[in-house]
Design a protein around this ligand. Sequence first.
Ligand code: ADP
Ligand code: MG
Length: 237
Amino acid sequence: MAIEARHINKAFGATPVLQDVSVEVPSGSLTALLGPSGGGKSTLLRVIAGLEQPDSGTVLIAGADVTRLAPQRRNVGFVFQHYAAFKHMTVFDNIAFGLQIRKRPKNEIHKRVHELLELVHLDQFAKRYPAQLSGGQRQRMALARALAVEPEVLLLDEPFGALDAQVRKELRAWLRRLHDDVHVTTVFVTHDQEEAIEVADTIVVLAGGRVEQSGSPHEVYDNPANEFVMRFLGPVT
Ligand code: ADP
Ligand code: MG
């Protein structure tokens, strides 16, 4: 398993947000964390990333307990819905940033960034600034930036949530192809059932701070564990 979250509990004040959540993410998988808004998806992702401390429970990444490691010590890449780019830096420099602070040699950085630009189909945009990109291009840049330092796992929190329906659909298919190329273990959060079924090879349904079911899209769709999952994944009427 690339990620094992075990018995995670987290409350904000008196409100429990994650209740005894255990999730296993197989190495190399593209796992969707699916559930309704307010169900605890972002909180769980932030706990895995080390941006939020759980009240109890452990997070193993590649077998190592990282619960007490600072975020920058965990080898994870993170992309948010509302992407924060360095506005005064070019696309090239935004992607190169993580490599520069790791003091990688200049020629290595150059080679790696150009590989990444090709991977996310932004080769023509290296010298542009984030404000000169479309929303979809910006999220692709964010993915390249997250991938630059070769993270153990890639965590995407509704990465396409702010984009319009057409671009969203294109990026879904693109993410699937990217994953087939790169094979980095990826967890992506979505509240969109169709998106999860189309893109993921594993689905974890999280609602009300609890895991309702996990399995392949086929298993979850055809054999819902309970009425909630059945209604949530069922045909929209
Ligand atoms: P989701 O991503 O599934 O929409 P979240 O993890 O963002 O769910 O939120 C789950 C619940 O936790 C919500 O009720 C939300 O209001 C609450 N919550 C999230 N972050 C905080 C916070 N920093 N302080 C207080 N409550 C929070
Ligand atoms: Mg969220």
